[in-house]
Design a protein around this ligand. Sequence first.
Ligand SMILES: [Zn+2]
Length: 875
Amino acid sequence: MSESQPQAIYLKDYTPPDYRIETINLRFDLNPEVTTVTSRMEVRANYDPAEGRRPLLLNGQELELVSMSMDHDPVGDEGYEISDDTLVIPHPPAHFHLEVVTRIDPSANTALEGLYLSGGNFCTQCEAEGFRKITYFPDRPDVMTRFTTTLIADRKDYPVLLSNGDRIDSGELAGGRHYVTWHDPSLKPSYLFALVAGDLACVADCFTTMSGKEVKLELYVQYGNEDKTGHAIRSLKKAMRWDEEVYGREYDLNTYMIVAVDDFNMGAMENKGLNIFNSRFVLAKPETATDMDFVNIEGVIAHEYFHNWSGNRITCRDWFQLSLKEGFTVFRDSQFTADMTSLAVKRIDDVSLLRTRQFAEDAGPMAHPIRPDSYVEINNFYTLTIYEKGAEVVRMIHTLLGPERFRKGSDLYFERHDGQAVTTDDFVRAMEDANGVDLSQFRRWYEQAGTPKVEVERAYDAAAKQYRLTLHQSCPPTPGQLQKAPFEIPVKTALLSREGAALPLRLAGESQAGGSERVLVLNEPEQTFIFEGIPAEPVPSLLRAFSAPVKLEGGYSDEELAFLMGNETDDFNRWDAGQQLALRVIVRLIEGAPRELDRGLSAAFGKILADDRLDPALVAEALALPPEEYIAECMDEVDPLAIHETRRFVRAALAETHREALAAHYTALADPGPYRVDAGAMGRRRLRNACLAYLVPLEGGSERGFAQYEAAGNMTDSMAALVALVHNAAPRHDEALQHFYERWHEDPLVLDKWFAVQAAAPAPGALERVKQLLDHPDFNIRNPNRVRSVIGSFVMRNPAGFHRDPAAYTFLADQIVNLDSLNPQVAARMLDPLTHWKRYDESRRNAMKEQLVRILRVPRISSDVYEVVSKSLNA
Ligand SMILES: [Zn+2]
């Protein structure tokens, strides 16, 4: 282990900045190997200078300092102290102008933070701490500044020069160079700074805001991709309108720009007025993008747009508050997607992600509250907990207050804090103040990690016509938090009669019933709710629409779950009853129950297939068995191969039993055209392809799969067929793969799918196949999308393939070490499967741990990887 271990940063140590930067004037002389950055800042003390001067601390990494002057006087070596990541001026005046000239090498930047090259174009990524790789600056979100930026570059190679705000000047320079100056009138922190320089096509459109302002919309893509921008532009306009209608938020600048780049660590970035996107969340046409891609693009475009209010105009005081902008914005984009597509399907998809991945995070060594107390590397905290659980916490406030009062709270929040850098506590306080409510206990959701468990006891008193629900809550210990105080948990509840009707609900002490659905607020370790006037014993419908991110143990019998599958009035709960029943069946089989298909599950499956009143998208969700990761999440010791084989057995048995109904659906759902991307058409494709996935492993099924592959006129049907063929190692799957490659190898996003489908194939030999994919001429370890499609798909989406041979753990460790020297952020993300080593049997456990120890011994590992590995070993 190196002597200088990366140090943790603590929330309790927060102090306001000593200096404000009132304005910054940046000049970039752009060249791939040597870019010169000239920064002129007006600096003013943020403390009382009468109490003595304080040092000015500027962050900076991997910068070559060329010169520095203060109020036009050069600052000599004695005037500052410089280290690997800071520049300190010990005794500056209370108000002064500072000019700093630095040089950087964008062509050598493989970490993709700061200023780098993608496809020969310059672009930036500054969140969270990338700006310090561009110039010396107090790189913290509570220093908000007005930016003026001049970009200078060769006109021939870089005709397009973009930055935040409005274009205020441009012109020609000697030597074939030209410049453009941008001014951003809004105050913003450095992490929202962006620039782009390159040779890009611009697709333009416009939007009229609710107050009648014309906003120019500009989407920049590589030449040749212009025909894949229509969906992104339509999505942006829908998002802009929706935010006006639902939250009363209007766009502020004159132009809104989106640039698509191929090399990007994350999904997209909400830089003020100049979003930079991973091209996979922009580019789409039916031939190249699946329905899921279309939905994701609409969601991510909306997410980044919504940040203009929840993130940019009101930003985070410090990075411990990351969920302030992310949790709220994910909640907003999920509401938007639900409005654009289907409320129930969106809820099912969100909860599936939460339960398969966030619950695992909450139970693992990296568990942290949505507002963490400390971190070593903030890049490691762009987690499902911050984003998805953060959104669930905002959703619970919405559930507790109801939509109107929630809107009052959000209005107050936006009005009170516009232009400020604030905390999650400020958000909660605005919700309280606008509505006169007390959310002090609710705040524990921000402070305590772990997934609470809610257990239910039920009792019916026929003589008194009384029904009692007793709810117990508990939460397992997490690193650094052994004891948890009770959470405030909204449990949305209905009581269903044996005929399936939702009964009117009157709680003890109430004079009349208040509707047939109530939000029970559980805020004690144990609480009993008594319902009066219940004529016969009901089946409770609990945690409707998944009203809180908890593990519910409802105490249902198999028969009750089957009843709920047929009679639930809440779409989410109806789906979940099926998931719980299937989960139970699979776990029993893994534990040694006789290898036969459960009759109750089969009957329920058949009933859903036969019910033509149901929405096809929901039927598709209902036919899907719980994913392997979720089954693993519900077991004490995880056996990935047993989970895989058992789940496969149940699927095959269901397919065999319901072969005719599945085939009939498959035929009936064929789309007569024209092809459309709307919720109805997508739902039918989803169901048809779900049927195909069941049918392909059966006798004669692979012909059907191959026929669909050959006939498909869109990527959804093409990929569904390819996945079914490859994942079942069906005859002719190689032929399909070969054909797919030849047709699409020049489209990087489609080629990612080709890599991913192979890396996720569970059949024996997965490790060897993945090694071959890494040797493929189209594999490029510097491109994060490609790394995710091969290594990520194998280690995170293919549990059976990955855990079959312990050599895969060595393989992953080798890849992480290699990646870490290029791109620490991406390397640290790939570590996730190894961090859960304690969940496996002894031999896997030891093999995984051995690799973690080996990674830690590598000299000069990044703080990103160091933090994840050391926490996994010490937890
Ligand atoms: Zn975001």
